[in-house]
Design a protein around this ligand. Structure first.
Ligand code: ATP
Length: 307
């Protein structure tokens, strides 16, 4: 069979249903218990071979519906998708140079792990392009080398991450949950949010999983899930961006079953009762003037998939 001329992988964004942050560990990372939930908001990463580049070397292009977000994606070696291609190239025999095109729908620097999703997609796409047949377990290890949030978009659905967040165990979920994500202008640096967290919580306890959250997911109970959503980084994100408090309040006032800052923010996530309720909630949030835009999505959805 001939090698493919290009491979496109679709990869979902995530929302953290629980983000419990412990004290800083000896290696400088925070211990985390992180419940990841993949939602139907996708980036598409397309890779094609470039014979004029060294194996694993990449040139990038990015497009998408939100020019302000597209403009914030780096086009150099710091792009996580380029780093993923370079890493995988060291582990498969027939790597080439690549053009990586990212079609961006996941908000940039929004706490929805868009960069990590692109890295996961690039691993899967390059492995298919180079016919690496890398075992899934190995891809998960390489993903964890690239960053704490890169392994999850490979598996998608709903999973609890421990350690730095990269040791994943799938969680059983019944049914589908409906979400509204409220986008606000500007990003929030994950590093700065963690630094603020350390300042606010110098005595953070060891992070734990919450039985009520696990039970709500297994039962497909949106009301109980809404009540169980928590994010330890939220006070730090609100300290850096106080206006997010008004956004969360606007969502609660409009009937959201749960409202929280997504990951390190500033995107905020709102749980709805149904797809129709999500559309109503989104309209109410836009009308409140507390966000720049909204997107609706459902979860859980599968991880990075060749299309
Ligand atoms: P997380 O939730 O994992 O902290 P995030 O969703 O807040 O991440 P990203 O969209 O992943 O943030 O972007 C964080 C920064 O990473 C951006 O400001 C950008 O400079 C850089 N970056 C590197 N590669 C990418 C990529 N492929 N897409 C978007 N940003 C990228």
């Amino acid at each position: 069979m001939n090698a493919p001329t290009s491979v496109t992988v679709r990869v979902p964004a995530k929302v953290n249903l629980r983000l419990a942050v412990g004290p800083v560990r000896g290696d400088g990372y925070h211990g985390l218990v992180n419940v990841f939930h993949a939602v139907s908001l996708y980036d598409e990463v397309t890779v094609s071979p470039r014979s004029d580049l060294a194996p694993g070397q990449a040139v990038l292009s990015v497009d998408g519906e939100r020019p302000d977000h597209v403009a914030r994606v780096p086009l150099d070696d710091s792009n996580l998708a380029a780093r993923a291609a370079a890493l995988l190239a060291r582990h498969v025999p027939h790597a080439t140079g690549v053009h990586i095109h990212v079609h961006k729908a996941i908000p940039v620097a929004g706490g929805m792990a868009g960069g990590s999703a692109d890295a996961a997609a690039a691993l899967v796409a390059c492995d298919a392009l180079w016919e690496g047949d890398t075992p899934r377990e190995r891809l998960l290890e390489l993903a964890a080398e690239l960053g704490s949030d890169v392994a999850f978009p490979l598996i998608g659905c709903t999973a609890v991450g421990t350690g730095r967040g990269e040791q994943l165990s799938p969680l059983p979920v019944q049914g589908t949950f409906h979400w509204v994500f409220a986008l606000v202008d500007g990003g929030l640096s994950t590093t700065k949010v963690f630094a603020e967290y350390d300042r606010l919580r110098p005595d953070a306890p060891e992070p734990t999983l919450d039985d009520a959250l696990v039970a709500a997911l297994a039962a497909g109970d949106a009301r109980r899930l809404g009540a169980a959503l928590t994010n330890d980084l939220q006070p730090a994100a609100l300290a850096l961006r106080p206006e997010l408090g008004d956004l969360l309040e606007a969502g609660r006032a409009a009937g959201a079953l749960g409202a929280l800052v997504s990951g390190s923010g500033p995107t905020c996530a709102f749980l709805a009762e149904s797809a129709d309720h999500a559309r109503e909630l989104a309209a109410a949030l836009r009308a409140s003037g507390t966000c720049a835009d909204t997107v609706t999505a459902h979860g859980p959805v599968p991880g990075a998939t060749v299309v």
